[in-house]
Design a protein around this ligand. Structure first.
Ligand SMILES: [Cu+2]
Length: 329
């Protein structure tokens, strides 16, 4: 009787150990690669955003055959955050500068967020809304915007004559004034378009006029509601709080002012359809570092427990008219 052991493979505990170390190494490296790209995984590619907005027009970048124009744009905000703009507030020089270019020219946008809120950027041919962003023109995304002090660059090549718009792609910010016009070609040649540029440029004006009465109302609001409300544990971010107005009745966070004990959990529920932040501090003073939810989406929840008594004002970095207050006793 002979044993045929030529097909039997043998190993040793040291070989097994080496193998385990190699496998562990692969897992670690893979994990590091995966998590270092986290912002990418949770981002939405611009073409998807364009499709969601129902526009596939001009989605592809055009061929660059002409001149290069460099346009610097600073994202700015009025002190009450009602009016948003590029470079200068309405009525000042260089406010939302109009860009004139020919088909085949390229605009390089160098933008920086000089405000205290979040913003993102893109070029669209849509004359309203925040969709239809042309591939290559986007800087950051509404879901992953530029924070204060951050900057970025992108380019737009004009494929055909017409009117385009550079905008802030955060929902609502275009309506608050973050829109500028790009005139491609001799638009006057197109009869239908001749009149278009003028109203387009004037369009933000009503937005500018609207805030005026509100400016006076704001201080009253601050004094009128110091009373903390009985707190059931959850602060709601209600539907529509992404549009200015909820602050007039202190209903951007409901309840506006809560009183809790040290160590008690406070939960915010995003019941709106827009993304928000819950950031300790004040819109004018900025984040004070006590807590910050970061951007959290519709239907999301953020919670915090505060172990030191005191007053904790907080706001939304995307919509700085949204303010609330927590008293910890
Ligand atoms: Cu914006």
């Amino acid at each position: 009787m002979s044993h045929d052991n030529s097909q039997i493979y043998r190993t040793t505990s040291s070989r097994v150990g080496k193998m385990m170390i190699i496998m562990l190494g692969i897992c670690l490296v893979g994990g590091i690669v995966f998590f270092s790209m986290w912002d990418y995984w949770i981002s939405i590619p611009p073409p998807v955003v364009a499709m969601m907005a129902g526009s596939s027009d001009h989605a592809a970048p055009a061929a660059f055959t002409g001149d290069t124009i460099t346009q610097v744009l600073h994202f700015i905000e009025s002190p009450d955050f009602r009016t948003l703009a590029f470079n200068a507030l309405p009525g000042e020089s260089d406010h939302n500068p109009t860009i004139n270019m020919s088909v085949g020219d390229k605009v390089i946008f160098n933008v920086d967020n000089a405000g205290k809120s979040f913003h993102s950027f893109g070029v669209t041919s849509n004359d309203e809304g925040f969709g239809g962003i042309i591939s290559g023109s986007a800087i950051a995304l509404a879901t992953n915007p530029l924070k204060p002090g951050q900057s970025g660059t992108s380019e737009f090549i004009a494929g055909e004559e017409g009117i385009y718009y550079y905008i802030c792609t955060i929902p609502g910010h275009r309506d608050q004034g973050m829109v500028g016009t790009i005139i491609v070609g001799d638009v006057a040649v197109h009869g239908a378009v001749i009149a278009a540029p003028e109203p387009v440029i004037a369009a933000p004006e009503p937005v500018i006029a609207a805030p005026e009465p509100v400016v006076e109302a704001a201080p009253k609001v601050m004094e009128a509601v110091p009373e903390p409300v009985e707190f059931n544990g959850v602060i709601s971010i209600p539907q529509g709080s992404g549009t200015p107005g909820c602050d007039e009745t202190n209903e951007c966070f409901i309840p506006f002012h809560v009183s809790v004990s040290t160590g008690e959990e406070i939960i915010w529920s995003n019941d709106d359809s827009a993304a928000h932040t819950v950031t300790s501090g004040t819109p004018s003073g900025g984040s004070d570092g006590n807590f910050d939810s970061g951007l959290f989406m519709a239907g999301g929840i953020f919670s915090v427990t505060l172990d030191e008594s005191g007053e904790y004002p907080y706001y939304c970095m995307v919509h700085p008219w949204m303010i609330g207050n927590i008293s910890v006793n």
